[in-house]
Design a protein around this ligand. Structure first.
Ligand SMILES: *Cc1c(COP(=O)(O)O)cnc(C)c1O
Length: 455
């Protein structure tokens, strides 16, 4: 490597660490976004200085980022990045491994295998399990549902990978009324239809009601949820798995952030029976705080996942005694996402992951308790890391959220849940401290008071 290239990489590391160190002082929301127009130059006709390219990226880009890597971002369900995971990400970036086949790039293949085993142990999932690392829960849902589609149609005598869905026996797909939209998107991508689903009624926390279950027959896929994005609630897995399996259905769990509840003694009760499912989707870029992007899919029936995903060609050294990631994931070439997961799990250990989960839950309870004490109505039972707070009607909610974001101390989003407008507070970052929570509570109270003043 040329000395200039080494300097460039060290410059990037310096800029990145300066950026992270500055997050605590700057407003959370993007600033100077008008400067983004500076990126919109004509395509350069020839080479230019790499150092200047990096400095432009930093000067224009860094202020305009969302400060979600810091401790006071509570929007959507967005984790930060554990330093060890980010460091592993940098090293893995330098390795630039294709990560499809063990015989070509053994390091990511091995670390994915180890990470999958550790996750299965941590989350108390069955010991015989296959899985893959994908971009996020959307693709984890997609991959698991592809395996499900294979299995239920195979039992009906149909080879869906070979023959497609035209003329195939219909599959009944069941979801809860508060299913995540990306699960429906995954169904759409699989030819199963976003709307062609049976929606089961849910209770006041968004959990599927186990007392109102229809009869199932024929090829069937039942999609359950671990972690509702408004309430954090978990479907009652024990009766739902029993009901679905009695009819021979495949049970899938979308546990994008909620699957991690199984890693803590304090929240494991929420996941009772979850291990009875046939497939699970989780994000690692949410609760585990791996840098974007990283999701995990796990499937009980290894054969079904392989039939849905495997690939071979004369030019690919696919024959191996080892697990080839490309046989389990939608992609062939891909980055080795298990590398950062390995680094995070190795450095946190069981108790570290448990402490992380517990901390997110404790911060969320503190938000709920403090805001209730200030007279806000908390709409959900706070069981995990989600808190939905009412601040009035839709206009009030939008004004309050805009005022909170403009104040800059923290960032929250607005939503509407079970016909109630709400502010969503979602605690997902390892970086959030007790002081961050207190500062943010004050900011939310301040912004709301200001608004009522100007009414
Ligand atoms: C975030 C989320 C998803 C989608 O995950 P991505 O990582 O954004 O693809 C799916 N389901 C649930 C419950 C989620 O919270």
């Amino acid at each position: 490597m040329r000395p200039a290239d080494a300097d460039l990489l060290l410059d990037a590391a310096r800029r990145a660490t300066r950026y992270l160190a500055g997050l605590d002082e700057r407003p959370v929301a993007p600033r100077q976004t008008e400067r983004l127009a500076e990126f919109d130059e004509p395509l350069p006709s020839g080479p230019s200085d790499a150092v200047l390219t990096l400095s432009k990226l930093d000067d224009v880009g860094s202020p305009a980022t969302m400060g979600s890597a810091g401790g006071r971002f509570f929007g959507f369900v967005i984790g930060g990045a554990l330093p060890v995971a980010l460091a592993a990400n940098w090293l893995a970036g330098a390795w630039d491994q294709n990560s499809a086949l063990f015989n070509v790039t053994p390091v990511p293949a091995q670390l994915e295998m180890v990470s999958l085993r550790w996750m299965r142990e941590l989350l108390h999932l069955p010991s015989a399990l296959a899985g893959a690392f994908v971009t996020g829960a959307t693709m984890a849902n997609f991959t698991a549902l592809a395996a499900a589609r294979h299995a239920v149609l195979k039992r009906a005598g149909w080879d869906v990978e070979a023959d497609g869905l035209f003329g195939a026996p219909p599959i009944c797909v069941v979801v809860g009324a508060e299913v995540h939209p990306t699960l429906l998107k995954a169904l759409g991508m699989l030819g199963l239809g976003r709307n062609r689903v049976v929606r089961l009624p849910v209770d006041a926390q968004g959990r599927i009601r186990a007392d109102a279950l229809p009869a199932l027959s024929g090829p069937c896929i039942v999609c359950l949820q671990a972690g509702n994005i408004h309430s954090g609630a978990f479907d009652p897995f024990v009766p739902l798995c029993e009901w679905a399996h009695a009819a021979g259905a495949w049970v899938h769990v979308d546990g994008a952030f909620g699957l991690w509840a199984a890693a803590s003694a304090a929240t494991a009760h929420l996941t009772v029976g979850m291990c009875e499912a046939d497939s699970w989707a989780a994000d690692a870029h949410k609760v585990l705080n791996i840098p974007y992007d990283c999701g995990v899919v796990m499937v009980r029936d290894e054969g079904a996942l392989r039939c849905a995903m495997s690939v071979s060609a004369s030019y690919l050294p696919t024959v191996s005694v080892h697990r080839n990631p490309a046989d389990y994931a939608p992609e062939l070439s891909r980055r080795g996402r298990g590398i950062e997961v390995w680094a995070a799990l190795r450095s946190l250990g069981r108790s570290g992951v448990e402490a992380l989960v517990d901390r997110l839950c404790r911060h969320t309870r503190r938000f709920a308790q403090a805001l209730a004490a200030h007279g806000f109505e908390v709409l959900n039972e706070v069981v995990f890391n989600q808190c939905a707070v009412s601040v009035g009607n839709v206009q009030d909610t939008q004004r309050v959220v805009a005022a909170i974001v403009a104040d800059g101390t923290c960032w929250v989003g607005s939503s509407s849940w079970q016909d109630r407008p709400c502010v969503r507070i979602s605690v997902c970052s390892w970086a959030t401290t007790d002081a961050d929570v207190e500062r943010s509570i004050e900011a939310i109270v301040r912004a709301t008071a200001l608004l009522h003043h100007t009414h």
